[in-house]
Design a protein around this ligand. Structure first.
Ligand code: AMP
Length: 261
């Protein structure tokens, strides 16, 4: 098999040894794998900075409150490595949960306000899991630039807040959401949609982007067959989360759009 040029680092020790040899700009793209063009857009933005680019793939168990969701989260290591090779990422960090949580999760980062709204309201502990793993990753990678997708806008805001609150010297860059031609935001979870649900899914973005009130948007989404977790406009941005498919195998989609006043 052709040898891949992306350097794969499988432990915090390997990563720290690699990082010690770098100087100048270091861009970081954290992911949970099952990579698509949305993730690759983050890498492309990072490459523009002319420094090194480190990506990570870690399906973080502490941010899943549904064990079935964690179990069914897509994993495709060799395809992911090929894609990262093509985008010329310099290094790929792929730690294990035991390595990342050697403290048995005794230490956690909690945000007390924004993290209990929207995606945090019906997923208790979700953002504590996200912020905790991100702080660990940032301390290991020590990036100068961090690239996050607008697709997960609440997550972006919370991580930017974490960077500010803990005086981390990192520039946080938000990259616009990459969509399929029909408007559906690219997501690792889309591959779990049935053929019928895939046809319905773009209506989520279409209806979310309309200039109707949040209440009417919710009604229309329900009419189209979505289970609505929330639709809420905050500071000119409408956030939404819905589910498609039968219970137990439902696929959760999230999205957000700027709404003109
Ligand atoms: P994930 O692998 O889902 O944890 O996502 C890793 C990063 O990729 C996060 O910063 C996401 O916001 C970003 N991302 C995921 N999907 C997209 C997309 N369709 N467009 C832009 N960024 C995305």
């Amino acid at each position: 098999m052709r040898e891949l040029r992306v350097k794969v680092l499988r432990s915090p020790d390997e990563l720290m040894a690699y990082r010690a040899g770098l100087s100048g700009a270091v861009g970081f793209v954290p992911t949970m794998g099952a990579l698509h063009k949305g993730h690759l857009a983050l890498v492309k933005h990072a490459k523009r900075n002319q420094g090194k680019v480190i990506a990570s793939i870690f399906v973080n168990p502490t941010q899943f409150n549904d064990p079935l969701d964690l179990q069914s989260y897509p994993r495709c290591e060799s395809a992911d490595r090929e894609l990262l090779e093509a985008t010329k990422v310099d290094a790929l960090f792929m730690p294990t949960a035991a390595q990342m949580y050697a403290d048995g999760s005794r230490y956690q980062v909690a945000e007390t306000s924004q993290s209990v709204d929207l995606c945090g309201a019906d997923r208790p502990g979700h953002f504590t899991g996200v912020l905790t793993v991100v702080l660990k990753l940032l301390n290991l990678v020590r990036p100068t630039h961090l690239y996050l997708g607008e697709k997960d806008y609440q997550q972006y805001q919370l991580i930017k807040g974490l960077v500010n609150a803990f005086f981390l010297n990192i520039e946080v860059i938000a990259v616009p959401t990459v969509r399929e031609q029909d408007g559906l935001a690219m997501s690792s979870r889309n591959r779990r949609l049935s053929a019928i649900d895939r046809k319905t899914a773009p209506k989520f973005f279409q209806i979310l982007s309309s200039n109707l009130s949040d209440e009417v948007v919710i009604k229309q989404l329900i009419q189209q067959g979505f289970t609505v977790d929330y639709v809420k406009t905050i500071d000119g941005r409408r956030f939404g989360a819905v589910q498609l498919g039968t219970s137990g195998r439902g696929v959760r989609l999230i999205d957000n759009v700027r709404i003109e006043p």
